[in-house]
Design a protein around this ligand. Structure first.
Ligand code: CTP
Length: 404
């Protein structure tokens, strides 16, 4: 996450007593690095897993661990509750979840939650049986109805040694949700989003392909930001990666991408085609490896399937396309918007050093039917993705600014 993104934001971070308490260290470190002011509070059990000193050193603030200790400044949980803009419980154990759901307050973490009206972000971590028990799920549902945001745990190896759901979400995912809540951007809850990413690979023979320089980073950032804002996200990509919190489908060719997208399109509210689909594919795929010879090799290419066209449009489906252009980007984007029956098109200039294809940065022009909706300057792709979702949301809700 980039520095300064949470500058001056006041976060009370409650650590409860589970083995994942050690992972809260990284969350505190990244939050402070991004400019947030973090005050850590710990349940008595949490202090048995990690010492308060570690959190003190990382947050540059005293840690509230013993709520009965005289502090000389009134009641600590009330002071913390009034100070915090947001309370994050990382990790939230089954016991702490139960307590905050029921309004119990018998140590500083649950006491502070009860004394505060700030939004709460909970990142549960526990054994899979404890997590899936109806008791725990009922408590989480109750908290959700009170606008608490749950960062679902991941599936993987648990402390018990077996594999299951219950691993604490990755620090980046927890922080992305905290950021979305603080920015008032949990506005994609209930939205089903389908994103394509990466350059397609069109086979020449069993070991070679025709492809392009796309890294899939813009599409992945769009998928991750949508998930942090509450959407249910499927990412169809040629560049697989960490898919925590999103449903990821790895593909290679344009045809495979089309198939994967077709399988999900009926359940989709917003389609974002960020993939760089190869416009041409080899006419024939050699069954065995093409051997090196001293003569030039002719490769015959034929037009590839048009994925957006094949997917088609339907009422209720919001279609977003991308246009990588070398010149005249506004005019090209406007033309593609109509030709490809898009609701929005995100145009970026290729060939500019330090942004676009393969880079961690991008600068884009977002164009809708009424004209240019936003000019996004060069920013990290994660932040560009946020601006694109702002534009999508504004357009879907009829709030997009008139064309410029
Ligand atoms: N696209 C697609 N299928 C293709 C080519 C592109 O679905 N075979 C999608 C891209 O994912 C993108 C949009 O169409 O969202 C525009 O892609 P772009 O390559 O810029 O457009 P083309 O129609 O291929 O035009 P050109 O390459 O000639 O600029």
């Amino acid at each position: 996450m980039s520095e300064g993104r949470l500058k001056g934001r006041r976060i009370a971070l409650g650590v409860s007593g589970g083995i994942a308490a050690y992972k809260a260290i990284e969350v505190v470190r990244q939050l402070t690095e991004s400019g947030a002011e973090v005050r850590v509070m710990m349940t008595p059990e949490a202090t048995r897993f990690v010492t308060p000193l570690t959190f003190e050193a990382l947050s540059y603030q005293p840690v509230a661990a013993d709520w009965l200790a005289p502090s000389g400044a009134g009641e600590r949980h009330i002071a913390l509750a009034e100070w915090a803009e947001l309370i994050a419980l990382v990790p939230a154990t089954a016991n702490t979840i139960a307590k905050v759901a029921m309004g119990l307050a018998d140590e500083i973490v649950s006491g502070t939650v009860l004394a505060s009206r700030a939004p709460i972000v909970l990142a549960p971590a526990m054994n899979d049986v404890m997590f899936t028990q109806p008791q725990t799920q009922d408590h989480l549902d109750a908290l959700r109805t009170r606008r608490a945001v749950i960062v679902d745990p991941a599936t993987g190896r648990l402390a018990s040694g077996k594999s299951g759901i219950g691993r604490l979400a990755a620090p980046e995912r927890i922080i992305a949700v905290i950021e979305a809540v603080l920015a008032g951007r949990r506005n994609l809850e209930g939205l089903r989003v389908l994103v394509s990413a990466g350059g397609t690979r069109e086979a020449v023979d069993p070991v070679r392909y025709v492809g392009n320089f796309s890294s899939g980073k813009m599409g992945r950032a769009l998928a991750e930001v949508a998930a942090a804002r509450g959407a249910e996200v499927t990412l169809v990509t040629t560049i697989p990666g960490n898919s925590e919190g999103i449903h990821e489908v790895p593909v290679d060719s344009a045809r495979a991408m089309l198939q994967a997208l077709q399988a999900a399109i009926d359940r989709t509210d917003v389609l974002v085609m960020a993939a760089a689909v190869a416009d041409y594919a080899p006419q024939q795929v050699a069954e065995t490896k093409v051997r090196r010879r001293e003569q030039p090799l002719d490769l015959h290419l034929q037009p590839n399937v048009d994925v957006l066209k094949m997917l088609g449009s339907r009422p209720g489906l919001f279609r977003v396309g991308f246009a990588a252009e070398t010149d005249d980007i506004r005019a090209q984007a406007g033309e593609k918007l109509t030709k490809k029956q898009l609701d929005l098109i995100v145009a970026n200039q290729v060939g500019v050093d330090g942004q676009g294809l393969g880079s961690d940065f991008n600068a884009v022009t977002i164009v809708g039917s009424s004209g240019v909706i936003a000019e996004v300057p060069r920013l990290p792709k994660w932040e560009v993705a946020g601006r694109i979702w702002d534009a999508i949301d504004a357009c879907r809700n009829g709030l997009a600014p008139a064309g410029q």
